[in-house]
Write a protein that binds this ligand. Sequence first.
Ligand SMILES: Nc1ncnc2c1ncn2[C@@H]1O[C@H](COP(=O)(O)OP(=O)(O)OP(=O)(O)O)[C@@H](O)[C@H]1O
Length: 265
Amino acid sequence: MDTVISIRSVSKTYESSRGPVTSLSQVDLDVAQGEFVTLVGPSGCGKSTLLNLVAGLLRPTTGEVLVNGEPVEGPGPDRGVIFQQYALFPWLTALQNVEFGLRLQGLKKKERRERAQRYLELVGLGAFGSSLPKELSGGMKQRCAIARAYAVHPSLLLMDEPFGALDALTRVQMQDDLLATWQQERRTVLFITHDVDEAVYLAGRVIVMSPGPGRISDVIDVPLAYPRTEEMRLSPEFAEIRGRVWRGVHHPPAVATPVSEGALK
Ligand SMILES: Nc1ncnc2c1ncn2[C@@H]1O[C@H](COP(=O)(O)OP(=O)(O)OP(=O)(O)O)[C@@H](O)[C@H]1O
């Protein structure tokens, strides 16, 4: 099993106007090649901080973050990041938005165009290549952002509440579409959500985080096969896992003892 992400005894303290704020304390986590891992937990427990450390947008105060065995020293094309806000260039068409990252990689125009079109098709936007972002719905914009991230062939996708701004029905559809894309091209995914249902439905493993200071308080395997279906979502097995995640999020352990991932397996 190849490990893509290794987080080793990571703590992060921000210097703020209120003094130092410890956002993460002694976090350990390994994520294997091709895994779909969700991070869930109450607001302020350090989910985005953890993701931004892996993205290379932040540096840990202590400990280390490795991606494919190399210490993370900044952002890189091996890590695609998708945020809640679609972050598409409004003056570029959907196709040009997807092509943008490929241009940075130095691909020739014809190859760029073909690859961008292929990924738009993969996310169901094949007919919308010439549309501007303002002409697309929220779900379509986010599909376009996913196509753009996938097209550069990152080894890792980091998603920070990508469906947080979508209505409930679109969100469920996007979950299925994302899983379909992931099953076709099995990139490793680290996905933040506030939604317990979403966390369980998508993941092979749910990481529950707790605040004060931010830490991993539970690691829950989801032993449901892919593709995931509505039947699974409504099954007693799903409800049981969901219950455990729910309790972890809403009733975190009172003592701020960091839980090492290995101890929970
Ligand atoms: N730049 C910063 N300066 C000071 N404190 C920060 C900064 N960024 C985050 N924090 C603090 O670190 C803690 C964790 O924040 P983080 O955004 O990682 O949590 P989160 O779990 O992603 O929250 P949410 O679910 O609300 O997005 C919070 O207490 C927050 O106030």
